[in-house]
Design a protein around this ligand. Structure first.
Ligand code: SF4
Ligand code: SF4
Length: 474
């Protein structure tokens, strides 16, 4: 009775509706700059990879661009090597080598590639460096972004974006310069004579870099990169990862000058949060290994500096392994566990594939021959009473020198060529040669008889190719 009366007296309470977003709101990461050993390594990798990328396309070799994937000519030049579409097997071998290198490096050192050599990391570092030079350090950038637009803010933001766009455009031009000779490309740009595909790829690559390294940054690693998802299967408890040592660091807390002697003892972590401020993905490594950690080691450098200042030993955050933390391995023991069945197997397969590819490249004959029977003329009786078959030989001189080739035929008693048996082919080019071969009617069995063509470069005994064909006898 009382309940009914009270419910009539007070109106039902409305529960406030809390809207929960399906996606976490993006928070801008203002990474603080850091100095230290690993930062130097990271910058060394930025310089090496970019010197290679921006510089290789300007090196000349035998009067041509040393590294050029010439799409129009359908030839790939890598210094003294010329690859043709028929050499696609080497592309497959290159992919196998890249895959096994990645497996090996990841099994030993975790996300070393992400932290030091991934293009996303490298270009983000470059654009962040420009950002720091123009907008200042982390507190200055946070302050600038919180201000409404004014003349100074506009000037700083405009300068940053112009420099970012210049880097992106030059990178786009360099990228396309590996597929169209870069000097020709620059002339085309200067004359406003760029082809549609070149224009598209320059703008696409530049736009991609500008967006990914300028704006998306850590979101690419967190949400878009497939490698971040599947690398977990390549990790094991003996893989080197960047770890915080909770046994040493906890309980964390800032050191108070007026702390009582009876206060509980604190661990080495002074909870300064500098390791979080320097993190380009904005995570706290003290929460353990996380998918977002790209293993850049910035937090190691930052924490080591803090430890130096407070007089504690370095290495509260360090490269270690799950097993090393749990079983208190020494440095020697950690190193010894890097050589285990998995890593040795990866290394063995990798060496085997590299050795096989090296041997194959060293013994590669710079000559390719394809024989096609002329199907319009199966076989016919010639003036001299012998049987004649016509063949088309597609001969490719894949060498960097011009060659004169001698063509011979064999495999059937008395078979010989009629007419041209010498052909000159300039370097890195091919020629179609039409040849007639004749044999006596009783030289073989009725129907198809196997024969072969031998093509040999004059004065170069080792440059020889044999190709099978079929000779028809009526
Ligand atoms: S930098 Fe080192 S001391 Fe500072 S919060 Fe991070 S782990 Fe703790
Ligand atoms: S947690 Fe450390 S190593 Fe991982 S991304 Fe952040 S700063 Fe780099």
């Amino acid at each position: 009775m009382t309940d009914v009366a009270s419910s009539k007296a007070s109106p039902p309470k409305t529960v406030p509706i809390k809207v929960v977003g399906l996606y976490e709101k993006h928070k801008t990461v203002y990474a603080r700059s850091v100095n230290g050993t690993f930062n130097s390594w990271r910058w060394a990798m930025v310089l090496i990879t970019q010197a290679l990328f921006y510089g290789l396309c300007w090196i000349e070799w035998n009067g041509r661009q040393a590294v050029l994937f010439h799409i129009v000519e359908r030839k790939f030049y890598i210094f003294g090597l010329v690859f043709w579409p028929q050499d696609v097997i080497y592309l497959a071998v290159l992919l196998v080598i890249s895959a096994y290198s990645l497996f090996l490096v990841t099994a030993i050192g975790g996300r070393l590639f992400c932290g030091y050599a991934c293009p996303q990391t490298v270009y983000t570092e470059i654009l962040m460096w420009i950002e720091r030079k123009i907008e200042g350090e982390r507190p200055a950038r946070i302050k600038l972004d919180s201000q409404p637009m004014n003349v100074r803010k506009f000037r700083l933001k405009a300068s940053k974006h112009i420099l970012w766009l210049l880097v992106a455009l030059w990178t786009g031009i360099t990228f396309v310069g590996y597929f169209t000779p870069i000097k020709e490309l620059l002339v085309e740009i200067a004359n406003f004579d760029l082809g549609p595909w070149e224009t598209f790829w320059i703008l696409f690559y530049a736009g991609f870099l500008y967006m990914m390294a300028g704006f998306m940054r850590e979101q690419v690693c967190k949400y878009m990169c497939p490698y971040a998802r599947f690398q977990g299967v390549m990790f094991d408890p003996d893989t080197l990862i960047i770890t915080y040592d909770p046994e040493r660091g906890e309980p964390r807390g800032s050191r108070k000058k007026n702390a009582l002697p009876s206060s509980p003892p604190l661990g080495d972590c002074i909870d300064c949060s500098i390791c979080v401020q320097v993190c380009p993905t904005g995570i706290d490594i003290r929460n353990g290994l996380q998918l977002e950690c790209i293993a850049c080691a910035a937090c190691i450098d930052a924490c080591d500096q803090v430890m130096d200042k407070v007089g504690s030993p370095r290495g509260l955050i360090r490269y270690s392994t799950e097993n090393a933390l749990a079983k208190h391995y020494t440095f020697r023991e950690i190193m010894a566990h890097l050589l285990r069945t998995r890593t040795l197997l990866y290394a063995f397969i990798l060496l085997l594939v590299i050795a096989a590819a090296g041997w194959s490249l060293a013994h590669r004959v710079p000559l390719k021959v394809d024989v096609l029977r002329d199907r319009t003329i199966l076989s016919r009786e010639a003036d001299d009473g012998r049987i004649e078959n016509v063949f088309n030989l597609h001969i490719s001189n894949t060498d960097e020198r011009d060659h004169r080739y001698t063509i011979t035929v064999g495999g059937l008693k008395g078979i010989s060529l009629v007419g041209q048996s010498l052909v000159e082919i300039p370097a890195a080019s091919s020629k179609m040669v039409v040849l007639s071969a004749r044999a006596d009617a009783d030289a073989g069995t009725k129907g198809a008889n196997p024969i072969f063509f031998a093509v040999n470069a004059e004065n170069f005994e080792q440059i020889v190719a044999h190709e099978k064909a079929t000779f028809f006898l009526p």
